[in-house]
Design a protein around this ligand. Structure first.
Ligand SMILES: *Cc1c(COP(=O)(O)O)cnc(C)c1O
Length: 459
């Protein structure tokens, strides 16, 4: 299986050709999901005792399977949070895989981890957090949020013996990402959601804390603010929230989830909206969202990395050698939930090193600008109406007179035609949820014409 033979050389050329084709295409085909039975009918048996051969398997991939996927980097894919990895980052993702590096410990991964840390230092500098703040790349925002929440919970339990037997409580807002609620379940913490989907303010947080019973106040160990809500790009009042967390005392951990919005820290035009983020205890940023990394690459940054190490470093006789002075260096496994890990910050490092940080700023500013352009086009169209002003690169708008079914049919029609992927969302107004249309811009290659054409499809 591992012998270098002529087939392998040919396979390598085929794969390289495919990759070059794919990453130089600015308009990849927008695939459609097919039913599992239909895919099975089209590909037949793929796992057999003899193997079907690389050529055949690759053919099935190219002719059938990839066509049943939606490229996140399509310029008219404005659904959820799309992505737009740089070509250099994608190429270096191949290099990362080919280099077979175990990214958990410095002893094995030093050169790779060094490069990751170069990129991390830039990320940390965007937050303005003081020394010794530092972080680590994770599989995504969910794993980053979980790693931060575990660290917060462990710190709180270490504060008072009685906390060890208590179920912790977290405050966030309705606009917080689903992963916050899901990860609270994982750590068996209770979560209290401030009911507004608009910007969470320090005053609202203060009122919410004041409304807690004394017992509940003693269970409160973390406040999660959002630095760019996934649905609407709203940045909570980070400064006001930091003030309240400071005032409340050392038992409150202040986490900022900027998985989507964190890229905008690099954009001078909106950086001030994040003021206060430098006072967080931990921050989540997803380079695979707005920092043009391929999947999967999230990041968690800690004000005091040693606290994360106390919470996460794994013990085991087979791991002792890594603690030997001869193997000393930064061990990514100590700061998040995963042991064996891909050196997944490497593609970001290479792309940053190659292009320089200014190009990143420009590409992010373009996403912000596209949201403003879309906002103007919507204002000038009498069939359409903004639900709220564009925030970061998110635009929520309604097509006057449409029902939820109309939005759904429109989404499926555009996707079926291979034209665009734009999905509706819900926006909370008082006690009711309204179905509305939503754009999220990431890809700097999206054009004004793309936006106009999508809006015209709502006629
Ligand atoms: C996307 C997102 C997450 C989850 O990140 P994954 O990388 O999908 O795990 C968490 N928080 C926010 C604000 C997000 O936008």
């Amino acid at each position: 299986m591992h012998n270098i033979d002529i087939d392998l050389v040919e396979m390598t050329l085929d794969v390289t050709k495919y990759v070059i084709n794919r990453i130089t295409k600015t308009n990849p085909e927008l695939g459609m999901p097919k039913k599992e039975e239909e895919l099975k009918r089209l590909v037949g048996e793929t796992i057999t005792s003899e193997g079907i051969g690389g050529e055949k398997a690759f053919e099935l991939w190219k002719d059938v399977l990839v066509k049943s996927t939606v490229p996140v980097d399509h310029p008219r894919n404005l659904a959820f949070v799309p992505a737009s990895p740089t070509r250099s980052a994608i190429m270096f993702d191949l290099v990362t895989a080919a280099s077979s590096i175990h990214g958990a410990f410095w002893m094995e991964g030093a050169g790779g981890i060094f490069a990751e840390n170069e990129a991390m230092r830039w990320l940390v500098s965007l937050t303005g957090m003081p020394e010794p703040a530092f972080g680590v790349f994770t599989s995504g925002g969910t794993a980053a949020n979980l790693s931060a929440m575990v660290t917060a919970r462990e710190c709180w339990r270490d504060l008072h013996e009685e906390n060890k037997s208590k179920r912790g409580l977290i405050i966030a807002s309705v606009g917080a990402h689903s992963s916050i609620k899901a990860m609270a379940k994982v750590i068996d913490a209770e979560i209290l959601l401030v009911p507004s989907e608009e910007r969470l303010t320090g005053e609202q947080l203060q009122e919410t804390i004041q409304s807690l019973s004394e017992t509940d106040r003693k269970r409160l160990f973390a406040v999660v603010a959002t630095g760019g809500t996934t649905n609407a790009g709203i940045i909570d009042d980070l400064k006001g929230i930091a003030d309240v967390c400071d005032k409340e005392g050392e038992d409150i951990w202040f986490h900022v989830d900027a998985a989507y919005g964190g890229g905008a820290l690099a954009a001078d035009s909106v950086r001030h909206l994040f003021d206060g983020i430098e006072r967080a205890d931990s921050i989540t940023i997803d380079p695979h969202k707005w920092l043009f990394s391929p999947y999967d690459c999230g990041a968690v940054i800690y004000r005091e990395p040693d606290l994360a190490k106390n919470a996460h470093a794994q013990e085991g006789s087979y791991l002792d050698i890594f603690k030997d002075p001869g193997a000393q260096g930064f061990n990514p496994a100590d700061y998040q939930i995963q042991l064996t890990r891909r050196v997944r910050g490497l593609p970001l490092w290479f792309s940053l090193a190659m292009h320089g940080t200014d190009r990143y700023k420009q590409a992010i500013e373009r996403g912000l600008e596209l949201a403003q352009i879309a906002g103007e086009l919507i204002k000038n169209n009498s069939d359409l109406e903004l639900v709220r002003d564009p925030s970061l690169s998110c635009v929520l708008f309604r097509r006057k007179g449409w029902t939820p079914d109309d939005y759904r049919d429109w989404t499926y029609k555009n996707q079926r035609e291979g034209f665009a992927l734009v999905t509706p969302t819900k926006w909370k107004q008082g006690d009711t949820f309204e179905t509305v249309a939503r754009f999220c811009f990431i890809n700097p290659d999206t054009t004004e014409e793309d936006i106009s054409a999508i809006l015209a499809s709502m006629n």
